[in-house]
Write a protein that binds this ligand. Structure first.
Ligand SMILES: [Zn+2]
Length: 431
């Protein structure tokens, strides 16, 4: 299919009639996987990479030619754990989704300006907002929405005030109904919650699979939900050809989730050796975040209970990283910023560089992220991205700084990013 498409594109190029043709010359290419850079040239036709070559490529008539000046080119970045709709100040967490949506526009702009061409929303954002970004009506990365998180009563998605009744029995709080979570107890309720999200346009499903830091009622050790409920969510998702990602910290929670079909563990900090081996055996992944947990410890908005829980999970971070390395578990790159604190986004790169080589961190933020996003199967309507390969989507960045030697250059995207291209469209060029 893609080969046919490339053939069509190339024949259009030879006619010299293609408006969306860009030739990028003289770049050192990090393809998303190989540490060794390839000096070469890239031809982009419409939204796809049509040719990658170390030999010169003749500029098709009418093509835009960009001289890369021997700078480093990488795929666009991918963040696997974003909450577009949770960027209000902490004290306004229960504001209406309309206001939260407006704030998300700022966040999305920041992300694309930092070279992030794709994000996976890990719950709480209505898929309609993703459509507005994906259609180009709003400026930002492409968005893979999970819809509302699915949480049991008292689980990590239960953000009711203490006096609020369960919405299944009484009134419905806006945070639960339209935005962050759907409370679901029982197999049938899980089937309904997942199918509602799929109906709205979710590309994957997020469940709350164990105790969380920012929620008020659930200790970290709590197991959420029951195996039968997890299997129901996984069944409803896999019937649509997609997968379930689950919030979880402890080895017990991770084991239960993965044994019952969950494919992407979010956070995972209190994992142990057996659970890590099981994750690998089951072909699941662990999408974890480094920077946010240190930041949470200092969060002024945290209650004592929340701070205690943050300290508890943070203690497991180095062990988790050791196990990810030991079992070669795919992890991608993700951040989980909430309450508008995403300006720290570049610090996730440098934080990771303490534990992995710069090339490995870039691999996480590109090829590994793409691999995880593609678990959405046929619900991914955006093709293959995350690597510089012929036939893949042309999400490309050119960097002024030598990022394979020092990732801190990413902290100043205004100076560092000489080119941002998303699906063949030039978002920014400064060469
Ligand atoms: Zn999250």
């Amino acid at each position: 299919m893609s080969r046919i498409f490339i053939a069509i594109c190339i024949s259009l190029v030879s006619l010299g009639a293609h408006a969306g043709t860009v030739l990028i010359e003289d770049v050192r290419i990090f393809n998303g996987v190989d540490e060794k850079l390839m000096s070469g040239n890239i031809l982009v036709v419409d939204d796809l990479i049509a040719e990658v070559s170390s030999d010169p490529i003749a500029a098709p008539e009418g093509a835009t030619v960009i001289d890369g000046k021997n700078r480093i080119l990488t795929p666009g970045f991918i963040d696997l754990h974003v909450h577009l709709n949770l960027q209000m100040p902490a004290q306004l967490m229960r504001e209406h989704g309309t206001a939260a949506g407006a704030r998300s526009v700022e966040m999305a702009k920041f992300y694309l300006d930092n070279g992030f061409t794709t994000i996976r929303d890990a719950g709480g954002t209505h898929p309609d907002l993703a459509r507005a970004f994906n259609s180009g009506d709003l400026y930002g990365p492409r968005v893979f929405p999970s819809g509302a998180t699915v949480s049991q009563t008292a689980g990590h998605g239960d953000f009711r005030m203490p006096h609020e009744a369960n919405p299944l029995h009484a009134h419905t709080s806006p945070l639960l109904a339209g935005d962050f979570s759907i409370l679901a107890d029982g197999v049938d309720a899980h089937l309904i919650a997942v199918r509602e999200n799929l109906k709205n346009g979710a590309t994957q499903i997020k469940i709350m699979g164990g105790g969380g830091v920012m929620s008020d009622y659930d200790p970290i050790h709590s197991l959420q939900p029951s195996p039968a409920e997890i299997r129901a969510a996984v069944q409803a998702a896999s019937d649509w050809g997609t997968y379930v990602l689950a919030h979880a910290y402890t080895a017990e929670a991770i084991t239960r989730l993965v044994e019952n079909g969950v494919k992407s563990i979010e956070h995972g900090l209190l994992i142990d050796d057996d659970a890590a081996r099981l994750v690998k055996e089951k072909g699941a992944v662990i999408s974890t975040q480094l920077y946010i947990f240190r930041q949470l410890l200092g969060g002024e908005y945290m209650t004592d209970f929340q701070k205690e829980k943050a300290a508890q999970v943070q203690a497991g971070q180095e062990n988790l990283i050791d196990l990810i390395k030991k079992y070669d578990i795919t992890t991608g790159f993700s951040t989980d910023f909430i309450f508008g604190e995403y300006a720290a986004l570049p610090l996730e790169f440098t934080e990771r560089a303490i534990f992995w080589s710069n090339a490995e961190v870039l691999n996480q933020a590109t090829a590994q992220g793409g691999e995880i996003i593609r678990m959405a199967g046929k619900l991914n309507r955006h093709g293959r991205f995350g690597e510089v390969r012929e036939g893949w989507v042309a999400d490309l960045l050119i960097h002024e700084s030598e990022i394979l030697e020092d990732l801190s250059g990413l902290g100043d995207p205004e100076a560092n990013l000489a080119l941002i291209m998303k699906a063949g469209e030039i978002i920014k060029v400064k060469l």
